[in-house]
Design a protein around this ligand. Structure first.
Ligand code: 5GP
Ligand code: ZN
Length: 123
Protein backbone atom coordinates (compact mmCIF):
# COMPACT_ATOMS: atom_id res chain seq x y z
CA UNK A 1 0.00 0.00 0.00
CA UNK A 2 1.20 3.55 -0.65
CA UNK A 3 0.27 6.28 1.82
CA UNK A 4 -3.51 6.17 2.33
CA UNK A 5 -3.44 9.04 4.79
CA UNK A 6 -1.90 11.55 2.35
CA UNK A 7 -4.53 14.23 2.10
CA UNK A 8 -4.85 17.71 0.62
CA UNK A 9 -7.26 19.76 2.78
CA UNK A 10 -8.12 21.98 -0.21
CA UNK A 11 -9.05 19.04 -2.47
CA UNK A 12 -12.74 18.33 -3.08
CA UNK A 13 -12.20 14.58 -3.60
CA UNK A 14 -10.10 14.34 -0.42
CA UNK A 15 -13.10 15.93 1.34
CA UNK A 16 -15.37 13.29 -0.19
CA UNK A 17 -12.94 10.55 0.94
CA UNK A 18 -12.97 12.04 4.45
CA UNK A 19 -16.78 12.24 4.47
CA UNK A 20 -16.70 16.05 4.76
CA UNK A 21 -18.66 16.33 1.50
CA UNK A 22 -21.43 13.77 0.99
CA UNK A 23 -21.36 11.42 -1.98
CA UNK A 24 -23.39 8.48 -3.27
CA UNK A 25 -20.97 5.63 -2.72
CA UNK A 26 -20.56 2.80 -5.18
CA UNK A 27 -17.62 0.98 -3.58
CA UNK A 28 -15.07 1.44 -0.81
CA UNK A 29 -12.03 -0.39 0.52
CA UNK A 30 -8.81 0.60 2.30
CA UNK A 31 -7.27 2.28 -0.73
CA UNK A 32 -10.10 3.05 -3.15
CA UNK A 33 -13.44 4.85 -3.24
CA UNK A 34 -16.01 4.93 -6.02
CA UNK A 35 -18.98 7.33 -6.05
CA UNK A 36 -21.54 8.65 -8.51
CA UNK A 37 -20.58 11.75 -10.51
CA UNK A 38 -22.65 14.75 -9.43
CA UNK A 39 -23.24 15.75 -13.07
CA UNK A 40 -23.55 12.47 -15.01
CA UNK A 41 -22.98 12.35 -18.78
CA UNK A 42 -24.44 8.88 -19.14
CA UNK A 43 -27.09 6.71 -17.42
CA UNK A 44 -24.21 5.11 -15.48
CA UNK A 45 -21.45 7.55 -14.51
CA UNK A 46 -19.32 7.05 -11.46
CA UNK A 47 -15.81 8.06 -10.43
CA UNK A 48 -13.09 5.88 -8.92
CA UNK A 49 -10.38 7.51 -6.82
CA UNK A 50 -7.45 6.44 -4.68
CA UNK A 51 -8.09 7.55 -1.10
CA UNK A 52 -4.62 9.01 -0.92
CA UNK A 53 -4.24 12.35 -2.68
CA UNK A 54 -2.39 12.09 -5.97
CA UNK A 55 -2.99 14.94 -8.41
CA UNK A 56 -3.20 13.08 -11.72
CA UNK A 57 -1.95 10.27 -13.94
CA UNK A 58 1.06 12.50 -14.65
CA UNK A 59 2.35 11.78 -11.12
CA UNK A 60 2.01 7.98 -10.99
CA UNK A 61 5.13 5.87 -10.50
CA UNK A 62 5.89 2.17 -10.25
CA UNK A 63 4.94 2.39 -6.57
CA UNK A 64 1.33 2.98 -7.70
CA UNK A 65 1.00 -0.14 -9.82
CA UNK A 66 -0.84 -2.09 -7.11
CA UNK A 67 -3.82 0.15 -6.44
CA UNK A 68 -3.90 1.40 -10.03
CA UNK A 69 -4.12 -2.15 -11.33
CA UNK A 70 -6.75 -2.99 -8.77
CA UNK A 71 -8.77 0.08 -9.73
CA UNK A 72 -8.71 -0.87 -13.43
CA UNK A 73 -9.67 -4.48 -12.78
CA UNK A 74 -12.45 -3.47 -10.38
CA UNK A 75 -14.02 -1.04 -12.87
CA UNK A 76 -15.70 -3.68 -15.10
CA UNK A 77 -17.29 -5.39 -12.08
CA UNK A 78 -18.64 -2.12 -10.69
CA UNK A 79 -19.85 -1.06 -14.16
CA UNK A 80 -22.00 -4.21 -14.38
CA UNK A 81 -23.24 -3.79 -10.81
CA UNK A 82 -24.27 -0.22 -11.60
CA UNK A 83 -26.33 -1.24 -14.62
CA UNK A 84 -24.04 -1.34 -17.64
CA UNK A 85 -25.06 -4.18 -19.96
CA UNK A 86 -22.50 -6.90 -20.65
CA UNK A 87 -19.88 -6.70 -23.40
CA UNK A 88 -20.13 -6.60 -26.39
CA UNK A 89 -23.68 -5.18 -26.75
CA UNK A 90 -23.29 -3.07 -23.64
CA UNK A 91 -19.90 -2.13 -22.26
CA UNK A 92 -18.61 1.08 -20.75
CA UNK A 93 -16.07 3.86 -21.22
CA UNK A 94 -13.19 4.58 -18.87
CA UNK A 95 -11.73 8.11 -19.09
CA UNK A 96 -8.88 9.66 -17.11
CA UNK A 97 -8.62 13.36 -17.91
CA UNK A 98 -5.10 14.55 -17.10
CA UNK A 99 -3.95 18.17 -16.94
CA UNK A 100 -5.60 21.27 -18.32
CA UNK A 101 -5.26 20.27 -21.96
CA UNK A 102 -6.47 16.81 -20.97
CA UNK A 103 -9.69 18.37 -19.65
CA UNK A 104 -9.01 17.70 -15.95
CA UNK A 105 -10.97 19.93 -13.58
CA UNK A 106 -10.51 18.17 -10.24
CA UNK A 107 -6.84 17.58 -9.49
CA UNK A 108 -7.15 14.32 -7.56
CA UNK A 109 -6.65 11.35 -9.89
CA UNK A 110 -9.98 9.81 -10.88
CA UNK A 111 -11.35 7.35 -13.41
CA UNK A 112 -14.68 8.19 -15.02
CA UNK A 113 -16.66 5.01 -15.69
CA UNK A 114 -19.60 5.69 -18.02
CA UNK A 115 -22.13 3.44 -19.67
CA UNK A 116 -25.76 2.55 -20.21
CA UNK A 117 -28.19 2.99 -23.09
CA UNK A 118 -27.54 5.77 -25.60
CA UNK A 119 -27.91 8.61 -26.28
CA UNK A 120 -25.73 10.06 -23.57
CA UNK A 121 -25.74 13.71 -22.60
CA UNK A 122 -22.15 14.01 -23.89
CA UNK A 123 -19.64 11.75 -25.61
P1 5GP B 1 -12.63 16.00 -14.55
O1 5GP B 1 -13.07 17.05 -15.53
O2 5GP B 1 -11.68 16.55 -13.53
O3 5GP B 1 -12.15 14.74 -15.20
O4 5GP B 1 -13.95 15.53 -13.82
C1 5GP B 1 -14.35 15.95 -12.56
C2 5GP B 1 -15.72 15.36 -12.33
O5 5GP B 1 -16.04 15.49 -10.96
C3 5GP B 1 -16.84 16.03 -13.12
O6 5GP B 1 -17.48 15.05 -13.94
C4 5GP B 1 -17.77 16.57 -12.03
O7 5GP B 1 -19.14 16.46 -12.36
C5 5GP B 1 -17.42 15.74 -10.82
N1 5GP B 1 -17.57 16.43 -9.56
C6 5GP B 1 -17.12 17.68 -9.25
N2 5GP B 1 -17.44 18.00 -7.99
C7 5GP B 1 -18.10 16.92 -7.48
C8 5GP B 1 -18.68 16.65 -6.21
O8 5GP B 1 -18.67 17.46 -5.26
N3 5GP B 1 -19.29 15.44 -6.04
C9 5GP B 1 -19.32 14.52 -7.05
N4 5GP B 1 -19.93 13.36 -6.79
N5 5GP B 1 -18.78 14.73 -8.26
C10 5GP B 1 -18.19 15.93 -8.48
ZN1 ZN C 1 -7.34 14.93 -3.07
Amino acid sequence: MTHPTDHDPACIFCKIVAGQIPSRKVYEDDELLAFHDIAPWAPVHFLMVPKRHIASMAQVTEADQGWLGRMMTLAPRLALEQGCRPYPEGGFRIVVNTGLEGGQEVHHLHLHVMGGPRPWLKG
